[in-house]
Design a protein around this ligand. Structure first.
Ligand code: S3P
Ligand code: PEP
Length: 409
């Protein structure tokens, strides 16, 4: 499905949108619920990644296909490895078979797991024969993906002796590790994170516990971008959000002040208000703690004609696509002057946008959603727009409610 987004003429926006639950919190809580069935979950994500996680957890044998879902791939690897009697082949999309998993497999093997690579060493698919894991202490590199660490931490309370992780190298995407630990604490597990060492105590049972998932902050980023590109006075209300979030991407409420967007928190809702034209002339952020916001922020800067230097992007090449490359190619098509290296992106201030460009999305939901807000500045096309369902199936419908004219072509 290719979409044409025509230039939004009326840029004064006043709208309220309900966003689905965080996919990161959802996939953690689904795994914890599989280990501790007394956990109840509300406001689950309706994303594809949440569905494949749920389906995967219901299997005991055979093929488990998690499509494009990185968290499901990593979390289910740890889960199945620790479940005696479950024997599965865990696989995913073509791209998933290119996303590395060796660090996690080696850590699990050190704990006693039986995991074999079906095709290429270091990559899915994996043949996993579940076992009671006997180990309790392991060290692993922490600079490639925090998901390996979260995967181990999620099964940690169910291990006989708990778990002690020694993290080697610079720790990346730290808020996601802290989210995992906070959720473990919420179900009554004891954890500690000091320096490079994380410890989780074993836990036999969790009593009745209701966990309410906060809505997804990465999904909110697209509305921050729209607010930034709208007229002063525009307001977008988003639910259900909290002032104290477990999601690192909630840093958006601070970052977008630089784009003239103020955030106010009320009961269960945030209000984004465009209060002034941009406050900063040049944007410099280290996004190693919020990698999923990089595409949104780069496109906001471009749409507003601002230069930027975004660093801490070393994890982007191994996500749904090589996001640094994809950003460079698509922004260049729109007339941007952009450079990337292995961990940063630099954009020169621009004063025009090429009209009617067709943005390729590379099987990456965030490519589609990050470029959509440019409809406030120009008419553009988004190719293979259905990719958004990975995290936000209602995205295009929600965008229409803002007055953006979207036509299938
Ligand atoms: O743990 C999580 O839920 C996630 C961690 C991050 O990945 P990395 O740790 O690989 O950067 C993030 O990009 C991803 O969307 C979700
Ligand atoms: C990187 C992402 O997801 P995952 O790694 O879980 O596939 C994302 O949603 O931006």
């Amino acid at each position: 499905m290719n979409l044409n987004l025509s230039l939004l003429q009326e840029k004064h926006i006043n709208q309220e949108i309900q966003i689905t639950g965080s996919k990161s919190e959802t996939n953690r809580l689904l795994l914890l619920q599989a280990l501790f069935p007394n956990i109840q979950i509300e406001n689950l994500s309706n994303s594809d990644d949440g569905s494949v996680m749920q389906l995967g957890l219901s299997k005991n044998s055979g093929m488990v296909d998690i499509h494009h879902a990185g968290t499901a791939m990593r979390f289910l690897t740890a889960y199945f490895a620790s479940q005696e009697g479950k024997n599965v082949v865990l696989t995913g999309s073509t791209r998933m078979k290119e996303r590395p998993i060796k660090v996690l497999v080696e850590a699990l093997r050190d704990l006693g797991a039986d995991i074999v690579y079906e095709n290429n060493e270091g990559y899915p698919p994996l043949r996993i024969s579940g076992k009671k894991l006997k180990g309790y202490k392991v060290s692993l590199p922490a600079n490639i993906s925090s998901q390996y660490i979260s995967a181990l931490l999620l099964i940690a309370p169910s291990l006989k002796y708990g778990l002690e992780l020694l993290l080697v190298g610079k720790i990346t995407s730290v808020p996601y590790i802290k989210m995992t630990l906070s959720l473990l604490e919420s179900i009554g597990a004891t954890t500690s994170f000091e320096g490079n060492t994380i410890k989780v105590e074993p836990k036999e049972r969790v009593g009745d516990t209701l966990m309410v998932v906060e809505s997804d902050w990465s999904s909110a980023s697209y509305f921050y971008s729209i607010a930034a590109l709208s007229d002063v006075g525009s307001q977008i209300k988003l639910g259900s959000y909290k002032a104290s979030s477990l999601q690192g991407d909630s840093v958006l409420s601070k970052l977008y002040e630089d784009f003239g967007v103020e955030t106010t928190f009320s009961e269960n809702q945030i209000t984004l208000t465009k209060t002034k034209e941009t406050a900063s002339a040049y944007i410099e952020y280290d996004l190693s703690n919020a990698p999923d916001t990089a595409q949104t922020i780069a496109v906001t800067c471009f749409g507003m004609g601002l230069g930027c230097h975004l660093t801490g992007l070393h994890t982007l090449p191994i996500k749904e696509t090589d996001r640094l490359d994809a950003l460079r190619v698509e922004l260049t098509k729109l007339g941007a002057e952009v450079d990337t290296d292995e961990n940063s992106l630099t954009l020169r201030p621009s004063n025009g946008i090429v009209e009617n460009v067709a943005i390729d999305t590379y099987n990456d939901h965030r490519m589609a959603m990050a470029f959509a807000p440019l409809a406030l500045r120009t008419s553009l096309f988004i190719n293979d727009a259905e990719v958004v369902s990975k995290s936000y199936p209602d995205f295009w419908n929600d965008l229409k409610t803002l007055g953006i004219n979207i036509k299938e072509v």
